[in-house]
Each structure stands twice: as structure tokens, then as C-alpha cells.
Design a protein around this ligand. Sequence first.
Ligand code: MOS
Length: 777
Amino acid sequence: MSSVQELAQAAMQKVVPLLPDRWLPGVSPDPLRHPRGPLGQAVPRVDGPLKVRGEARFAAEFPLDGMLYAAVLFSTVPAGRIAALDTTAAEAAPGVALVMTWRNAPRMQPPPLMMSKPKAAGASDLPVMQDDRIHWNGQPVAVVLADTQEQADHAKTLISVRYEAEPAITVFAQALQHSRVPASVLGEPSRVEIGDAEATLRDPDQSAHVVDAVYTTPRHNHNAIELHAATVAWNGDELRVHDATQMVNATAWTLAQVFGIAEDKVHVTSPFVGGGFGGKGLWDHQILAAAASKLAGRPVRLVLSREGVFRAIGGRTRTEQRVALGARPDGTLAALIHTGCVAMTAHNNVPEQFTFPARHLYAASSMLLEQRVADMHMVANTFMRAPGESVGTFALESALDELAHTMGIDPVALRDRIEPEQDPTSGHAFSSRHLREARAAGAERFGWGKRAAVPGTRREGEWLVGMGMATATYPYFRMPGGAARIRLTRDGRDTVQATVQMASHEMGMGTATVQAQHVAARMGLPLEQVRFEYGDTTLPAGTLAGGSSQTASIGAAVIAAFDELLKQLMELAGKDSPLHGLAPGALEAHDGAIGPRDAPADRRERYADILARAGRDEVCAEAAAPPPLELVKYSMHSYGAQFCEVRVSAVTGEVRVSRFLGSFDCGRILNLKTATSQFKGGIIMGLGLALTEETLMDERHGRIMNASLSDYHVPVQMDVPAIEVMWTDTPDPHSPMGARGIGEIGITGVGAAVANAVFNATGRRVRSLPVTLDKLL
Ligand code: MOS
């Protein structure tokens, strides 16, 4: 047992006796895992009407007095230095307030790199506009501030820059020759070895059937509808930031380090985010906006153009992966090898965890999993829509399909044969795993039985028709460090209002709605009497919206805050109350009242009565979420099975996805509507990964060639078929509300499901994404 586990178990032994009946990480289940109140229902988004009426204000929509508009100029070489920089014409242009370059920018510290410290949010640790050095093609080299956006955009064109270019690594094949093993992959070991997988693979007595292939996935760029933007102002040494971010607290802390001020001098709000997907973190543009605002002494709005997002915001990096499988005659795995290399920079630490699925999905007698990185001169890559899992499942699940075909076993049946009893690499018990059921139900509903066993044999006119499937998986995470506050107020009508506060994020996924449902269910109040406030660093600290972790992270903090509130209420209720002497864990709330669990209504006390009797209008409680010990004790993952039907033109090679179904096992589903959208949205992104998305880099100069939505193809209406989603709705006993993450799993497995369907339709195996028609001719 590792020391971390020992510590966790010791901590649990200490905590357990104190709160025997409440949800505790990894110990006792949350009573709310069973349906109660509005949790689980198809509640419409609470922010829907605001957004439809155009009243929801996004980062670039806050008007500030005397505000200047910014335009950013980007470098055109991948490495070297700025040899000459002439800004005089720009400075003389109409409406221009100033031009900021490395020569006049305020002195700033480099942003602490994400994951290097608890609240570090830097996408890279490079200094921002502090010297003449160039590190990537697209690096900001000047910021123009003007009275209007048009004036700033025009003046930017008048700046002339001469670069002294230096040798740069802009060819992946070249970078691969100097690859390295990173110190860790998001805190996990870069290399996992069980037995001697290479030897087992070569031994025909152990590996009767072998698949050994290389799969590649291209670089992808973030393209949220809302452009990255910040509206900032200084008030003395206090910095106010209206941001579009998935991490308000980490942004505030990191900006404070950059400008050398106290964390509480930076006030970040982000009430709405028009899509994040991992890309809405802290990049150069927020730092530049704040620096330029300081220099000008006026508020600044900086909105990156669509091209600017491609230049200055990193996305998913490219991967080259080897998957080798050695199978016994019954399909069980003697060897599973998943290794490979991704492009990264020397100044960031997101190695695209593509081996993570293989660490937890299947039983194999020997394993070799290893990740390498190859440094290139490019904008720092970052998290993007199920980083690792989306591209890792493409390779792993394609290889399994190849094995199934080689052995003449149905792909669904093959996966059933390699279901593990426990986590194959950690040895931990699964908290809850119903992948087999999800797969069977999905196959049944999709009509998987009608799939032609022999590829290329189903044809309808010009169209070759095929079906493919793949496993979806994404880990459960709960981030440490969050706290929630609940304020319970008695109103004039002798009822109560609950306001719950936590600095979390609404990026369109339904956080505010689901947490209002959660609080209403937990506190036994109607939805109308609950408000959830978020997106503001003056509220109790939240955790980032990322890693499909936010719902559980908020949930745990709300549970802790409600316990605290119950303690206060019981004290106010006094000795004559039926609540006297009970532990918070023995209470349950229904219909605006609290009482012993399962007690009849007359043994309950109404919130309003307790407050009235005590002469109080309000009671307020705040508490931090317990550390995520459940993660130490159990292997916790969301699962799914993706089913795809494609039609491939025998004439042009064009691929049309005609039907898609995702069947998921993600614990309890908290809102039918928003969950459906999360799953479907994920699948649509998966279709982009499978068929259309690819960032094209000019290898001579490291410059992105398709930096626009007309050249970088995200799926549009006509690319997306009818998508059906379904789920087991089986609660996880070890997570708050019995729920696991649903934000990212929809993307995973889609690339392989499509490629496997294309193989079934045509007999052509495409091992490099995207599956474009040139690869099928
Ligand atoms: Mo997600 S890539 O963790 O926003």
C-alpha cells in the first residue's frame, strides 16, 4: 500500500465516527443518490431566458467608462528575436492611445505554470512581452489601444517588425528524434509496466493473435463560439477582470503573482462563458490586457479575433501512438501495449494523457504503457475536450476492432471477454462499473445484430454501409479546495429562500441549473426558493470547471455547508425541539422542514418556524469540501459504448455518419435535459475529431495555415445525424449525489466508432485522423 493510501485511510478512520450518516468520500453513500425533489428531472436551464433575451453579459460585453479597445499583433517566425520594431505610424493613427511592446510593457513575473502550484493557471511559464525573444509563430509582439476596435485593428497593420529568425523545431518527425519521458503525466507515472509485455507479444504460445499498429491524430484548435476576451480595469493597485474563464480563482491568484500584488487585490468574475472545452484558461491576452490598461491608466477590452485564438490559444496536440495486442484463442489479452509520443513545448506540461484509458479499461496479463513528449516551437498546447481519452481511445479501440476482425469475434463480445474484475493497473476496486450493461443495452437499441460480419458487403446504390462501435471512458475527478456558503433567509410570506454561493463556472453545461436542483433536493425546498451564485472570486473559493469534475466538486462543498447549516439550525431550535440531540447526519429535509430521517411530518420542524422562534431572519453557514479521498480508495470512471453507422460513397470516398448512439454509465443523471445536451455535444465534437478537424501547420515556419472557421472544419448541421443517447442511471455509492462526470465522456470513443464503421463499410482501415475521403480512395 502506498503512503498516500495509508494517509487517506487513517484520515477516513478519524472522520468516519464523527458523521456516521452523511456522504463521506469513499465511505458512506449520499442519501441523495436516490431520486428526491427536483434532482434528476428535466429542469430547463435557469439562465436560458437571460441568454435568449440577450441579457446574459459575457466578458466582452461589460461597458466601462473611458474604455479602450485592444488589437494584438502576432509574430510571424517560430523562434528568434525582434530585431527592429517601428510603431510610430501606428501611434500616429486616428484614435490610438498607445502601442505596447516589450520595450514599454510594465515589468511582470512569468505566470506560474498550471499544476506547478495549487492555484497556478499559467498555460505556459514564458514571460509575457518582457523581452525581444520569440518562442512560437503567433506570439503576441504588440498591443494597440484605441478608442474603437476598428481604429485599433487598423493601427495594428501600420506596425513594422523585423525578426532575426533562429533555428526552430517545427517538424514533428524531427522533434520525435529528441523525444523525452516527462516527469509525470498529470501526476501519474509516465510509464506503467506489468510483466514483460513485449516478450509476451512475441511468444506465439501466449499471443496466438497479434495486432500491432501505429495510429496518429492531428493537432486540434479550440473554437468556442465566444472568442477569448477580457475587460479589465485598475483601481489603484486593485485589478478588476471581467473574464471568460473556467477558473476564476486560479486566474486571480496567477494574475496576482504576475503583477506582484496580493491575491485579494484581483477581482475576477465570469458569470457566463460561451464554451470553454479546456481552452478558457489564463493565456497571454488577459495578462496583456491588464498590462496595457496599467500603462494607459484606462480600462481595456481585449477580444482575440478568431485568427488570434488560433495564434495565441493552444489546443490539443498531435499524437503518434502504438497499440499492440496479443490475444489468446478465446480473445482474452496476454499483452496490451500502448505507447507513443506527443508534441509539447519546453514551457508547458500537458502531455495529452492518451494512455489513461488503457490503464483502467481492460484485463491483460501483461502491460506496457508509456508516454513520451517531443518539444516543438509552437503555442503551448493545453487541455481540450477529453484530453488524452479522446485520442487514446481512438488508438486503443481501433486496435481492438482490428483484433476482433482478425479473430472473427464480434467487437461487442470481444470487449465482454476482457472486462476486468478490478482496476488492472492500480488494483483498486471499481466504485461502480456497469459498462457491460451499457454496452449490451446500446447494442440492442442500435440494432447492432444487423451489422454485416464481413466488411464491404452491404451496399445501397453508391453507398457502402457499415457499423462500428467503441468504448467511451473518462475518469471521475473531484478537485480539492472548494468551499460553499448557504444563506437561509426568512421572507415576508413565512417561507425561506436559500442562496448558495461558490466561485464556480457556467460555461453552458448547466451548472447553475443542476446545483439549484441539488440544493433544492437536499434542503427540501422548491426550486423557486433556491438561488445558486457563482463565477465571482469574492464568493467562497471554487474549483476549476474542467476534467468533468465541477458537479462533484460543488456537490461535496454544498453537502459540507448544509451540515454546518443544520448544526446552526439545531442550536437555534433549542432543547424542546424534536431535533434536539440529533446529529446532522441523522436529519433529512422535506417540504421546507427538517426532521429525523424517515420521520413523520409532525416530527419535523419548518425552517421558517425555527428562525421565527429564535427571532432570526437569517442563518448562514460556510464549509470546505472534504478532501477527495474516494479517489484514493476506488477506481472511479464514467463509461459508455458508442455505436455508429456510416455510409461511404464508393465513387468519392465521402463519409456520411447516418446514425449514432451513445449508451453511458456515469452514475446518477442529475438533469435529463442538460445531460442529454452534454452527451450529444460531446459526440458532435467526437464527429469533428473523427472526420473534419485538423490544424494544418506550415512545417517550414511553424505557422498555422488554417486559422479560421472557413478553413478549420468543425462539424456543422449537415455533418451531424440523428444522435440518440441513453444511460444506466445507476448511482455511484462513492460520489456526491451518486453522480460521475458527464462533460467529456461523450467525445471519447467516437473517433474509433467512426473509423471502425468505415472499416466495416469498406474494408479500409484508416489509422490516421481525420478520416477524410483522400484516405479512402
Ligand atoms: Mo475540459 S478539456 O477539462 O475543459
